[in-house]
Design a protein around this ligand. Structure first.
Ligand SMILES: NC(=O)c1ccc[n+]([C@@H]2O[C@H](COP(=O)([O-])OP(=O)(O)OC[C@H]3O[C@@H](n4cnc5c(N)ncnc54)[C@H](O)[C@@H]3O)[C@@H](O)[C@H]2O)c1
Length: 349
């Protein structure tokens, strides 16, 4: 890998790509070389606001231009298999947004395509890069709360997510695939791999095609239990959106992450409060600043990994396990039974 700045091409310049574009422009070790959107006006607007040299309306044209060292695909999931396939066939290192694809089989095939091509590959799974989540993992690793016995990862809100992302109302699989994927990845990141899960899902708000509320109970290697809660149908006050909350118990103590980025750690009978508020960049927009920082951190992580030639945390191999949980949860909700998760016998949908 050269010492020169790496050149990124961003494919898809919609709602969430704004964060990718802002982060690539902010990071010093990378140049936003090209942008692409089927909608030329969106690509043009992104290029002029974030300083990209070249503008494309065809992903193939961008990939064949020779102007990029890697691509960052920020389109919605139905285009991922095709776009990742195009990049892999040209052996161009690739980042792709979550969810990988609508079905388990397509997610696995997408990962395999990249493995067969031998390209560096990362799922843009930014939630584990949130400052409070990184801090909580540090606290667990320090031993302050002892051996972890129980945990809850919760994202509950009544926020109208369909305002900015109208396509979410029309997906057969919604809360577990779109939101649960983040929370299940956080559960893996904090508590280790899961061996068994049980899920109940519900459809609450009218006009929403898929489930908008899901509760997953997991058994992890080593015996701890976690509960992962995902809801876009919770009329609660105060509404923590867009923050997640955590409660974790161990043999020496416990911790709680409450909304407002307040982390409290109870260890050996003493309680300490920590402020885990995210960094504010000149371009941060409250209340999205936590997500925006996580996007900067995951994109910096990708650059570091690419330079060192090592896999990213959310590589294909790692992400396969997250999607085993996602589709295992659908299988459990459908059958009403717990699902065993062995890597060789992953649930399929
Ligand atoms: N990590 C997070 O917190 C988070 C939050 C919101 C959205 N997302 C993810 O970001 C992705 C994009 O979501 P969004 O809300 O920005 O969608 P969007 O519809 O606003 O934007 C997608 C853009 O991709 C373009 N596009 C589609 N197919 C294309 C193709 N073949 N070539 C070039 N451009 C193409 C569309 O024209 C559109 O402008 C989704 O996968 C979503 O799940 C992640």
């Amino acid at each position: 890998m050269t010492n020169a700045k790496l050149r990124v091409g961003v494919i898809g310049c919609g709602f969430f790509a704004e964060n990718h574009l802002a982060a690539w422009s902010y990071l010093p070790d990378v140049t936003l070389a090209a942008v692409c959107d089927l909608d030329q006006a969106k690509a043009q607007s992104a290029a002029s606001r974030y300083g990209a040299k070249s503008v494309f309306s065809s992903a193939e044209a961008l990939l064949d231009s020779g102007e990029v060292d890697f691509v960052d695909i920020a389109t919605t999931m139905r285009s991922h298999v095709e776009l990742v396939g195009l990049a892999a066939s040209r052996r161009i290192p690739t980042i792709v947004q979550k969810p990988l694809a609508p079905s388990h089989a397509e997610c696995l095939a997408l990962v395999e395509t990249c493995e067969t091509a031998g390209i560096p590959f990362m799922v843009h799974e930014n939630t584990r890069f949130l400052r409070p989540v990184r801090k909580v993992r540090e606290v667990i690793a320090s031993g302050a709360i002892g051996k972890v016995t129980w945990g809850r990862v919760a994202f509950r809100t009544g926020h109208n997510i369909y305002g900015k992302q109208p396509y979410l109302a029309n997906e057969d699989h919604f809360a577990i695939l779109d939101l649960g994927v983040h929370m299940l990845d956080v559960a893996r990141y904090l508590f280790g791999e899961a061996t068994r899960l049980y899920c109940q899902s519900q459809s609450i708000k009218p006009g929403i095609r898929g489930e908008d509320l899901a509760t997953v109970m997991l058994n992890h290697v080593g015996g701890m239990t976690s509960v992962v809660e995902c809801s876009y149908a919770s009329p609660i006050d105060p509404d923590p959106f867009p923050e997640l909350t955590l409660q974790i118990e161990g043999t020496r103590g416990s911790l709680r992450l409450d909304s407002g980025y307040r982390l409290s750690v109870h260890s050996d009978g003493k309680t300490q409060a920590h402020d885990v508020s995210p960094t504010l960049y000149p371009w941060s927009v409250i209340p999205w600043h936590g997500t925006q920082e996580s996007v900067v951190l995951i994109q910096q992580h990708w650059l570091d990994c690419l330079r060192k030639g090592v896999p990213a945390e959310t590589s294909g191999a790692d992400s396969r396990r997250t999607y085993d949980l996602v589709f295992g949860a659908y299988e459990s909700a459908r059958s009403g039974r717990a699902v065993d998760l062995q890597s060789s016998a992953a649930p399929s949908l």
